[in-house]
Design a protein around this ligand. Structure first.
Ligand code: SF4
Length: 137
């Protein structure tokens, strides 16, 4: 395994984007950063730019408004980037699937490496999803 991949396994930097979620998923993601779950102790860091990320974490179904931005974000990501679909809405559009502005699940537009189901997923599920992604490296 190369040195870069070893480093990536030990400190995945995550860029989070909401493509149409109700915000409850986003609150659970932030919960992971609180002292109770403290994912930073595993080296997981939430970053403010896709250009610094190893993992693209997406919550929500894809809406018409964000579709072009989502594609741009994916193209701008450094490689290898791991894409994680978060929540029932990220995986399969969830309760928003019949929404007038919903154009489909994330994997209709960009490749997804891992799915974290739940409405919203608990922090324990989020941590196990991240571990699943890192094991693919
Ligand atoms: S999965 Fe549930 S909590 Fe998450 S965005 Fe959809 S409705 Fe909201």
């Amino acid at each position: 395994m190369s040195l870069a991949l070893k480093a990536l396994k030990k400190s995945p930097w995550v860029f989070h984007v909401n493509t149409g979620a109700c915000n409850n998923c986003d609150i659970e993601i932030l919960d992971c950063l609180t002292p109770r779950f403290d994912v930073e102790r595993f080296g997981v860091l939430l970053v403010g730019s896709i250009r610094h990320a190893d993992v693209l974490l997406i919550s929500g179904p894809v809406t018409q408004n964000v579709l072009s931005r989502l594609k741009r974000l994916y193209e701008a990501a450094p490689r290898p980037i791991k894409v994680v679909a978060f929540g029932a809405c990220g995986c399969r559009c969830g309760i928003f699937r019949d929404g007038y502005n919903v154009v489909g699940p994330i994997d209709k537009y960009i490749p997804v490496d891992a799915y974290i189901p739940g409405c919203p997923p608990k922090p324990e599920t989020i941590i196990s999803g991240i571990v699943k992604v890192l094991n693919q490296l």
